[in-house]
Design a protein around this ligand. Structure first.
Ligand SMILES: NC(=O)c1ccc[n+]([C@@H]2O[C@H](COP(=O)([O-])OP(=O)(O)OC[C@H]3O[C@@H](n4cnc5c(N)ncnc54)[C@H](OP(=O)(O)O)[C@@H]3O)[C@@H](O)[C@H]2O)c1
Length: 259
C-alpha cells in the first residue's frame, strides 16, 4: 500500500477498529484515530507509534452527537487535511428484543450509525475526488443479511446503513472511490463481552462458555478474532481492491445461512 495514504479509522481505541488501525499502519498508511476518550486515543496512538513510527493527531468525537462529529471533521478538513480511506465504525446499539425497544433507541442508533457515517463521508469526499482515490468501508453486521436474535434496534438500523452505503457506491464509483461494507460475525471484542454479559446474567453461564456456544453457530466452530475482520478491511482499503464496489462482505466463518 502507498506510503502516502491517510486513513481515518473511527471507533479505533478498542476491538475491530483498533485492529484495523494496526493493520493499516503496518501497511504504511498514516492512521488518524477517532473515538470519544482522549486518554484512550493517545494511548492507542502511542502503541501505533512505537511499532510503526509517527502518526497524526487523533480526532476526538462522540458519534452519539452528530453536531460534535460535524464540527470535528469540518475543522480537520479546514486545516488542509485529506483522507484516502475512511472506516466508519463505532459502538453497537444496546441489545434486546425489538418489541421492548423505545422509539428513542432507534433514533439514537440512526444518528450514531447512519447520520454520523454520512457526515464523515460528505466531509471527506472532496479530498478523495481530488486524489482520484477513495475507500469508504463501513463496519456493519451480518444482520444486514439475516436478523440476529435479541438485537432488534441494531438489525433495523444496519439495513438502513447498508442501503445508504450501496447508494453512495453507485454515485461515487466514477471518481475512483469505492464504498463497501464489512459484516463481522461474532468477534472477540468488548462489544461481544457486553452482549455475552447480558446473557450470562440471565443464564448463569460464564462468558467463556457463551463464546464457545456462539462459536458453534459457525462452520468454523469458533468466534473470530478482531484481526481476522481487520484483514478483510485492509484488503478492501488497498489498491488491489480497485474494482470491488458496493458489496457486503461477511467475515463470519460461514455463519450466515444465505449466499
Ligand atoms: N464484536 C462483534 O461480535 C460484532 C459483530 C457484528 C457487528 N459488530 C459491530 O462492529 C462495530 C465495532 O464493534 P466492536 O466489537 O469492535 O466494538 P467495541 O469493542 O465496543 O469497540 C467500539 C469502538 O467504538 C468506539 N465508540 C463507541 N461508541 C462511540 C461513540 N459514541 N462515538 C465514537 N466512538 C465510539 C469505542 O471507543 P471509545 O469508547 O474510546 O470512544 C471503541 O473504540 C459495532 O458497530 C458492532 O456492533 C461487532
Amino acid at each position: 500500500m502507498n506510503q502516502q495514504k491517510v486513513a481515518i479509522v473511527c471507533g479505533s481505541t478498542q476491538g475491530i477498529g483498533k485492529a484495523i488501525a494496526h493493520q493499516l499502519a503496518s501497511e504504511g498508511v498514516q492512521v488518524v484515530l477517532v473515538g470519544r476518550n482522549q486518554e484512550r486515543l493517545q494511548a492507542t496512538r502511542h502503541a501505533l507509534e512505537v511499532v510503526f513510527g509517527p502518526q497524526p493527531q487523533p480526532i476526538q468525537a462522540d458519534f452519539s452527537k452528530p453536531n460534535e462529529v460535524k464540527s470535528a471533521i469540518t475543522a480537520w478538513v479546514a486545516q488542509g487535511n485529506i483522507a484516502h480511506i475512511l472506516i466508519n465504525n463505532s459502538g453497537g446499539p444496546k441489545s434486546g428484543p425489538i418489541v421492548d425497544a423505545a422509539p428513542e433507541e432507534f433514533l439514537a442508533a440512526f444518528n450514531q450509525h447512519l447520520i454520523c457515517n454520512h457526515i464523515m463521508t460528505q466531509a471527506l469526499i472532496p479530498g478523495m475526488k481530488a486524489a482520484g482515490f477513495g475507500r469508504i468501508i463501513n463496519i456493519i453486521s451480518t444482520s444486514v443479511k439475516q436478523p440476529l436474535a435479541n438485537l432488534g434496534v441494531s438489525n433495523t438500523i444496519r439495513g438502513a446503513v447498508a442501503n445508504w452505503s450501496k447508494t453512495m457506491a453507485n454515485e461515487l464509483g466514477q471518481f475512483g472511490i469505492t464504498v463497501n461494507n464489512v459484516l463481522p460475525g461474532a468477534t472477540h471484542t468488548g462489544r461481544l463481552e457486553e452482549i455475552a454479559g447480558v446473557r450470562a446474567q440471565k443464564t448463569g453461564e460464564t462468558i467463556e462458555e457463551i463464546f464457545t456456544d456462539m462459536g458453534k453457530e459457525s462452520p468454523m466452530k469458533r468466534i473470530a478474532q478482531p484481526e481476522e475482520v481487520a484483514a478483510a478491511v485492509t484488503f478492501l482499503a488497498s489498491e488491489k481492491a480497485s474494482y470491488i464496489n458496493g458489496i457486503n462482505l461477511p467475515v463470519d466463518g460461514g455463519r450466515t445461512k444465505s449466499l
